[in-house]
Design a protein around this ligand. Sequence first.
Ligand SMILES: CSC[C@H]1O[C@H](OP(=O)(O)O)[C@H](O)[C@@H]1O
Ligand SMILES: Nc1ncnc2[nH]cnc12
Length: 295
Amino acid sequence: MSEIVEPVIGLIGGSGLYDIEGLEDRQWRRVATPWGEPSDELLFGRLAGISCVFLPRHGRGHPTPPSALNFRANIDALKRSGVTDIISLSAVGSLQENLPPGHFVIVDQFIDRTFAREKSFFGPGCVAHVSLAHPTCPRLSDAIEASGRELGLEMTRGGTYLAMEGPQFSTKAESLLYRQWGCHVIGMTNMPEAKLAREAEICYASVAMVTDFDCWHPDHDHVTVDQVVKVLFSNADKAKSLVKALIPRVGVARGPCPAGCDRALDHALITAPDSRDPEMLRKLDAVAGRILKAA
Ligand SMILES: CSC[C@H]1O[C@H](OP(=O)(O)O)[C@H](O)[C@@H]1O
Ligand SMILES: Nc1ncnc2[nH]cnc12
């Protein structure tokens, strides 16, 4: 693959981010998927002439908790809409002293402790195993870092996001354990989102915006939603500036992803062509269309 691609940027807005300002030709549209309903309609528009698609992760008004999110429908809907790059914007708790509320972390690793979610597009009738050694896209993360530095945001490049099931926040014992594991931030949503983006061959990067110190810190109150929401709004303003700066940087026509995110399925399918379930293949039309059409 050597062609030049015009990126279509997908933005997944987490808690506190239910809209994107400054989009031209804005249109909220329902996108149907074989995996069910996404969290909400998708907002289509252009920013600096670049095509963007925004999805509020929990829906407008935040009706949907983390465990009830249809992650497969969300990622499929973005893929089906032509999205090449996903920037996830998320509220997180901090597990490190040097990452205070208001700080942004460009996540590069995850530990997935979620257990009540559909985590793959593949399954009986079409089995695939993609690599997740490096679950985020370095090219996209470079662009986020450059834009964040330009804006003077307090930002750290690299960090491990502990994905918990929720909806309750962690116990102190859990929080201390995750610190021992070397995790930097904790949230409830980036998994299986990042896994599914990889299966769908979409570059994925995550901006984790710290709202609290979870419950491990001896000098801070334990996390509450009130406390999170207080910080959320100032984080959301910074996130909106970041997005505005970032889109022209990510949106330039470019070649294939140097890390291979856009070719993740090249060596992942193991089910022999004549053992594949046609119904399953139909559902995979958007996610794995590139590779299935070539087969
Ligand atoms: C309102 S605090 C807990 C909530 O916020 C985070 O969600 P998101 O990543 O969509 O910003 C966290 O993971 C929880 O779902
Ligand atoms: N402390 C925390 N734990 C899990 N998810 C969060 N989102 C924001 N703060 C959080």
